[in-house]
Design a protein around this ligand. Structure first.
Ligand code: ARG
Length: 581
């Protein structure tokens, strides 16, 4: 659909108001087979105004002046088919070319905490964390570009029961042991060693008991336990940031707001819920039974906020976090970019927070929490991606592997470049391929992880889009021109020019839609379409040679605008575009 949409939509709405006295009616703009776009409002309005849709469309048309934009006619049962003129497209393109924002609107600023990545301390990040990190980061970049105040919240798992066994194991092996070194070098192995002791009933169960007591000590701020705990956090922070910088993700230490951050608030959360009559004792535990949640047996489902041993849990922390995000951060909307398997948890958290009045900001505004559900990354066998031996796949390995594979392709195809330059390209392409594979599918669908497919230079892949930008840069290098300075008038004569021009004009509305609907895959789909429109244009229309002025300059401007939009769009996906490929 053409997204001169806002212009056309406003005009159609105004015509509806003039014809029927109804204001703010949705013009229902849809893609059309026979025109650039069609307005279908007449079909929806017919009943309301007591006329048949064709009569309604004719009445709208009588009040619609689009002479400066193009032509409009009634077709079929009551569609208004709108065809825009080449002059109008050229005018809009001139605006786009002169606009640093490339048509991306500045929306009324909202405060949007985004909870994403959220790996666990003393554990390796696995491929499940890959998607929440990549999707969350792209949403953060996109919403910022739209003018919102994004607050990145990396809700790391740095508190709770596992730390009892992790610290107890540390005390036992000693700080200078090879086992303790594993915390830095192979956190999974460290975790597993502690876990094995915990599970094996070592000392006839005394070990597990000590680990449980250790949690209580840690939560009571016992200095020795706290110190060991801090050391673990430091190792993990370093490790997370290695991954983030490898992945080109915008998260920094300043964005860490882990579970431990909320610990001082947990007692209050429970007390307040009790005082409101929302939390009650059940089998020794303190529970909330949010309305509308029942199990298979039709019994109300509990959200446990204090276990029978007095410990708080994951849910208590999330209640404290949502309250903090609304009351202290002033959220209008909160995005939880977390695995789909946690959906019930979040729905119960949201319902409880709402019942407690915690979603209402001090200024009376109601915050809107959204679980952006993340689907699974699967192996060829259709099961969660694992190593051959069945262990969860380490994220660090996966990134290295992608970069290495991209490296061997670049080595073969660009032997003319320096080793340094090839390494940069390999890293941008390898990481770009992994990210794009993640972002080009709807965030809530599962997808099969396939190195060969994601690294392919053809098809809907990151490298294809990166290659499209590199190719345009090389056109400008050849012409010895700066694409940033190509801003001449665009004259549209060929059909492929028209298609490309219209695609460029859709960019801003696409970005807005991605932000409004938390749907980076729509941006990916748009960029793919744009790159294809460019390819068709470039195949059909000479740009550098065998073309006269002013057509040559017009086409160079179209080409440069394509580069700007591709580059900007890839940037919102968190993907870098190499200078050459
Ligand atoms: N650390 C959790 C995990 O690895 C994810 C936390 C998501 N965020 C939240 N507010 N619960 O599964």
């Amino acid at each position: 659909m053409l997204d001169a949409a806002s212009v056309l939509g406003d005009r159609v709405s105004a015509a509806i108001e003039a014809a029927f006295g109804l204001s703010g009616v949705d013009p229902v703009l849809r893609p059309s087979q026979f025109a650039d776009t069609q307005a279908n409002a007449a079909l929806a309005l017919a009943k309301k105004v007591g006329k048949n849709p064709r009569e309604v469309a004719t009445a709208i048309l009588a009040n619609l002046d689009l002479s400066d934009v193009g032509t409009v006619e009634v077709s079929g049962p009551g569609f208004l088919n709108i065809t825009v003129s080449p002059e109008w497209i050229s005018g809009q393109l001139a605006t786009l070319v002169g606009d640093d924002r490339l048509g991306v609107p500045t929306q009324p600023a909202r405060t949007i905490p985004i909870d994403y990545s959220a790996p666990n301390v003393a554990k390796e990040m696995h491929v499940g964390h890959l998607r929440t990190t990549i999707v969350g980061d792209s949403l953060a970049r996109t919403l910022e570009a739209l003018g919102h105040h994004v607050v990145r919240q990396n809700h790391i798992g740095d508190w709770g029961t596992p730390f009892g066994m992790l610290i107890e194991h540390f005390l036992e092996v000693g700080p200078d042991s090879a086992e303790a070194d594993l915390l830095a070098t192979d956190p999974n192995a460290y975790y597993q060693a502690a876990r094995a002791k915990f599970d094996s009933d070592a000392d006839g169960g005394a070990w597990a008991t000590r680990a449980r007591d250790r949690v209580v000590k840690l939560q009571a701020k016992d200095p020795e336990s706290l110190e060991i705990w801090r050391g673990m956090i430091d190792h993990s922070k370093e490790y997370f940031h290695r991954i983030y910088s490898g992945l080109d993700v915008t998260l920094t230490d300043a964005d860490l707001a882990g579970e431990s951050f909320y610990d001082p608030m947990l007692q209050q959360v429970c007390d307040d819920l009790i005082a409101q009559g929302l939390a009650v004792e059940s089998d020794g535990a303190l529970c909330v039974f949010p309305e509308g949640f029942t199990g298979r047996d039709e019994k109300p489902l509990p959200l446990i906020i204090r276990k029978s041993d007095g410990g708080f849990g994951y849910a208590t922390t999330d209640l404290a976090a949502i309250r903090y995000r609304v009351q202290d951060l002033g959220a209008d909307q909160i995005l939880y970019v977390v695995g789909a398997s946690q959906n019930l948890h979040f729905r119960m958290i949201f319902a409880t927070a709402k019942a407690a009045g915690w979603l209402t900001r001090p200024d009376g505004v109601e915050a809107d929490p959204i679980h952006v559900q993340i689907g699974s990354v699967l192996g060829d066998d259709g099961k969660i991606l694992r190593t051959r031996s069945g262990a969860p796949l380490r994220l660090a390995w996966l990134i290295d592997e992608a970069v290495e594979k991209a490296g061997s392709v670049v080595e073969a195809s660009r032997a003319d470049l320096s080793a340094d330059e090839r390494a940069t390209i390999a890293s941008q392409v390898g990481v770009g391929a992994v990210k794009y594979a993640d972002l080009s599918v709807a965030h809530d669908t599962d997808y099969v992880f396939d190195f060969d497919r994601m690294l392919a230079l053809t098809g809907n892949t990151g490298p294809y889009l990166q290659y499209a930008t590199a190719r345009i840069r090389s056109i400008f290098r050849k012409a010895e021109l700066d694409p940033a300075k190509a801003s001449d008038a665009v004259v549209l004569t060929e059909p492929t020019e028209r298609v490309l021009g219209l695609a460029l004009l859709r960019y801003g509305a696409t970005v807005a839609e991605v932000g409004d609907q938390q749907a980076p895959h729509r941006l990916a789909a748009y960029l793919f379409e744009l790159a294809q429109a460019f390819t068709s244009f470039y195949d059909a229309c000479p740009v550098l040679t065998a073309v006269d002025e002013p057509t040559r300059r017009s086409r160079l401007t179209l080409t440069a605008a394509t580069l700007s939009v591709l580059d900007h769009g890839l940037g919102l996906l968190g993907i870098r575009a190499p200078e050459r490929m």
